[in-house]
Design a protein around this ligand. Structure first.
Ligand code: KG4
Ligand code: ZN
Length: 354
């Protein structure tokens, strides 16, 4: 196989992310334009506004990714683009751009499933990562435990029955009056270091359900009650809270992180590993990916559980855990190698696709 060079475009949520990746695993460029300022201003992702933001920057972000890789469209083997799951208005911006490039330069196009990409990017990082392997994908939108038997063959072992773990982090950060100029997860992780994780005896979600599913909605009742009893007022930002107030917020962050977030993940992962090994005794690795997988405490605790159960943890670096273009380009390479791609679209009028 000669070297393949694939452009990856990701616009499923609020980041416009583009990368150029080569099939030997070299990341030639990676550019992300984030809408964090919009998020703070409007307190969440508004699809219409996110679509506009993607449309405004997409051409420029693609150009920058090509420039940084010292390439033009003519040097590419194919274009890969996220086709779902995600906000359809936003996905469309990426798909139209990909079709315009592919049509204009006669390149094959590869439609990518966002979650498959979160899992497979681990194979770019860890060359020993062979199928079958397990993956825990934890982000603001997803909570998925899968068994990856082969390329394109995934068995879902567990998913969330309500919210995703990242949403729980974000919600708690808001309730504790933390600085939301970044997302809530890193703010909780940082504050939790100051707190005592035994202060609140939050119950672990779904303990009585002996499966591999997740739930984070019970947070509302458990944590809200504790916040009220400690009289924590989210309108008082943590930076102006008294010492005592700050400490009770830190204790809550630590107790939440330990019991509701991590013990829950550990319990589910342990069960999933046991299930999966029965189906596929040759599994050697469990991958964690998605924004929450960039949390150091989550990584360390899962590493221990995975090791204890005889597997090895693979965790991409934080930049490849959160949404990025590299994972899309890389998954495109994996598909291209086995002939899974579409022929170039007609050069004219790609706008009619949807
Ligand atoms: O993968 P991602 O960038 O986007 C989605 O596909 O959702 O994940 C974003 C989520 C947010 O909810 C954010 O709070 C969470 O990942 N997150 C973290 C950390 N960094 C990001 N959660 C806990 N600890 C972190 N260090
Ligand atoms: Zn994602």
């Amino acid at each position: 196989e000669g070297d393949l060079v694939v452009l990856g475009i990701e616009t499923s949520c609020d980041d416009t992310a583009v990368a150029v990746v080569r099939s030997d695993g070299e990341i030639l460029s990676q550019v992300v334009s984030s809408q964090a300022d919009l998020l703070v201003k409007y307190g969440g992702v508004d699809p219409k506004m996110a679509e506009e933001a993607h449309s405004q920057v997409i051409d420029q972000v693609v150009q920058e990714a090509l420039d940084k890789a010292y390439m033009t469209e003519k040097d590419l083997t194919a274009v890969a683009v996220t086709i779902g799951p995600g906000l359809s208005l936003c996905l469309r911006v990426g798909v139209q751009k990909a079709r315009r490039i592919a049509g204009g330069f006669n390149l094959p196009i590869i439609g990518i499933h966002h979650m498959e990409a979160h899992a497979l990017v681990a194979r770019l990082i860890e060359k020993d990562l062979q199928f079958p392997f397990m993956a825990l994908l934890i982000s603001g939108g997803h909570n998925l435990l899968i068994l990856a038997r082969d390329l394109g063959q995934y068995i879902q072992l567990g998913t969330t029955i309500d919210d995703a773990i990242g949403e729980a982090y974000d919600k708690l950060a808001k309730w504790l009056g933390l600085d939301m100029s970044r997302s809530g997860g890193p703010a909780i992780e940082e504050l939790a270091r100051e707190g005592n994780d035994k202060s609140f005896n939050f119950s672990i979600p779904m303990k009585q359900h002996k499966d591999c599913n997740f739930s984070y909605a019970g947070l509302k009742t458990q944590v809200r009650r504790a916040i009220e009893s400690k009289k924590i007022d989210a309108k008082i930002p943590i930076s102006s809270a008294s010492y005592e107030d700050r400490m009770s917020r830190a204790d809550m962050a630590a107790s939440f992180q330990q019991r509701i977030a991590v013990l829950h993940l550990e319990e589910r992962c342990e069960r999933a590993i046991q299930w999966a090994l029965k189906m596929e005794p040759s599994i050697k690795h469990l991958v964690i990916s998605g924004g929450v997988a960039s949390n150091q405490y989550v990584r360390a605790r899962l590493d221990a559980v995975v090791k204890k159960n005889g597997l090895q943890l693979v965790c991409p670096p934080p930049r490849l855990c959160t949404d990025n273009g590299v994972m899309i380009a890389w998954t495109g390479i994996e598909h291209f190698r086995v002939g899974r791609y579409d022929p170039p679209p007609p050069a004219e009028d790609p706008e009619d696709f949807f």
